[in-house]
Design a protein around this ligand. Structure first.
Ligand code: DAT
Length: 171
């Protein structure tokens, strides 16, 4: 049976991990958190002093994921989306969160100063949405509001419904 691959992207804190894990619980899909994958395999090529975080080795991340992606049925979660092969994904969801909600979530995560401000700006300027629109066919890129638990439930139901329909249409 053919199954689609799904990309969940958006600014840190918008709810990708929470949603991705829920989708995996409700389906037989595999959830991949690219940040965790890179950490486990130390797939880094340096350290960003300004943001105090390691720099992803994108080529090695892609090599690591390629085998997992080829049969479909994968949910990928990452806060950037322009370095994945376009052919991997059948649909791209960009989660969006209003500033006041996002600010609280990132503060709770321990972000402060420049890191906090830059991530809020990233969301204000819809940086990841524009990155997704320029990296994938516009018709497969969808924005989802992720402000409240009700939004999360609705997004989850919609994605499950979309998956079921895709499987019907493609098998
Ligand atoms: P991300 O993976 O995009 O960084 P997350 O899933 O870790 O985000 O969520 C960050 C925090 O915000 C976490 O405590 C769960 C909460 N959260 C996420 N989406 C939410 C929503 N739609 N409504 C309320 N809280 C949400």
């Amino acid at each position: 049976m053919k199954r689609p691959n799904i990309l969940l992207t958006g600014t840190p804190g918008v709810g990708k991990t929470t949603l991705g894990k829920e989708i995996a619980l409700r389906t037989d899909f595999t959830y991949i958190n690219v940040g965790d994958l890179a950490k486990e395999g130390e797939l880094y090529e340096g350290f960003d002093e300004e943001y105090e975080c390691p720099i992803l080795d994108e080529d090695r991340v892609i090599d690591e994921m390629e085998d997992k992606m080829k049969d479909g049925g994968v949910i990928v979660d990452y806060h950037s989306c322009d370095f994945f092969p376009e052919r991997w994904f059948n649909i791209v969801f960009v989660l969006r969160t209003e500033n006041s909600f996002l600010y609280d979530r990132l503060e709770n995560r321990g972000y402060k100063g420049k890191k906090l401000q830059d991530n809020i700006q990233c969301e204000i300027f819809q940086t990841i949405y524009e990155e997704a629109m320029s990296s994938y066919k516009e018709e497969i890129v969808h924005q989802l509001s992720s402000n409240t638990p009700e939004d999360m439930e609705r997004n989850l139901d919609q994605i499950i419904e979309w998956i079921e329909q895709w499987i019907k249409d493609n098998n």
